[in-house]
Ligand binder design. Structure first.
Ligand SMILES: [Ca+2]
Length: 322
């Protein structure tokens, strides 16, 4: 098959992707930003902080608020609120709500925000915030979920029919055909296995799902050279990322050195700037958190199984050094 033909097929594939389409403004070519809520376990791994920074730099997305989940969700919310305050401008007043807390996990980065407070920081009410926003704008809002799915499942369980009012859920989670290491077998991935029951609720909900599993995210490594580019920019948000990256790098118990940008892909899938390969799949979640593709069954997700890693990382760095 010629390269040209492959490109054409790729283009057609993207055009046919319904949940990703933006709504054109009436009478004009300019596109309305897509409203999103960012649900995060910021503070444990480092990629949530980068994903939030990417959201700050994506004008085609309109962030309505941030909700936090798992471990000490209040400490996570404080961290997100401080990062947003440092970003400044409208970001400083973006609402941040703690969602559901769970038993304590490693989350050393939250100490960076100890004692921080602001009027936009809410120490409870994450799930209620999501429900309020979705009911106010039925069919419009995409939830970007980059932690365990506890808040999202609680939202779906909180009100009959609420799922039908959610435009889509773009989530980082699962391992379809591989695990964390290249060439490894699929294994229960962290966000799914941390609350497999919640993940089952989400995958059975009928809400359109965009899924960034380990298949496409586990190799999104931020090299030392990329960190130099981002951290030498000399702006407060990047300085904050450098501080958080340093805390994470020197304290994480899995000896992570080059941050893997798992969660950034879940942000990018809402409004892709380039042809990610999305595959319609039916995905079942087993009780241990394994995500199992079921061939022949009606698809419940569009799954990113493949990504152009150099292009993704280049775009990621360019966004953060603007
Ligand atoms: Ca995360």
């Amino acid at each position: 098959m010629s390269n040209r033909l492959v490109q054409l097929m790729f283009a057609l594939c993207i055009v046919a992707t319904p949940v990703l389409a933006q709504s054109p403004k009436a009478g004009g070519e300019k596109l309305e930003p897509a409203p999103v809520i960012f649900d995060t376990d910021i503070g444990t791994d480092i990629d949530d902080a980068y994903a939030l920074a990417v959201l700050i730099h994506r004008p085609e997305l309109s962030v309505l608020g941030v909700t936090t989940v798992s471990s000490d969700a209040v400490a996570r919310a404080r961290l997100a609120a401080k990062l947003l305050a440092i970003a400044g401008g409208k970001w400083a007043s973006l609402p941040v709500y703690a969602g559901i807390s769970t038993p304590i996990q490693y989350m050393k980065q939250v100490e960076w925000a100890q004692g921080f407070n602001s009027p936009s920081l809410h120490t409870s009410g994450g799930v209620e915030f999501m429900r309020r926003e979705i009911n106010a704008r039925p069919g419009e809002i995409t939830i970007i979920a980059v932690g365990e799915l506890t808040n999202v499942a609680a939202l779906l369980d909180s009100e009959p029919g609420i799922g039908k009012k959610i435009r889509a859920i773009s989530l980082m989670g699962g391992a379809i055909y591989r695990g964390y290491a290249g060439g490894s077998k699929p294994e229960p991935e962290w966000n799914i296995k941390s609350n497999a029951k919640a993940a089952q609720t989400v995958f059975r909900s009928g809400v359109p799902l965009l899924v960034a599993p380990l298949d496409s995210t586990a190799d999104l490594k931020m090299t030392p050279e990329m960190r130099v580019e981002v951290f030498s920019r000399g702006v407060p948000l990047n300085d904050a990322l450098a501080a958080l990256n340093s805390i994470w790098r020197h304290t994480n118990h899995w000896k992570g050195e080059n941050p893997t940008q798992f969660d950034v892909l879940a942000v990018n899938l809402v409004m892709p700037r380039k042809p990610y390969k999305l595959t319609d799949l039916h995905v079942d979640v087993a009780d241990d958190g394994l995500t199992v593709p079921v061939p022949g069954k009606k698809a419940n997700a569009q799954v990113a199984l493949d990504v152009d890693i150099p292009q993704f990382m280049r775009e990621f760095v360019e966004l953060l050094v603007r």
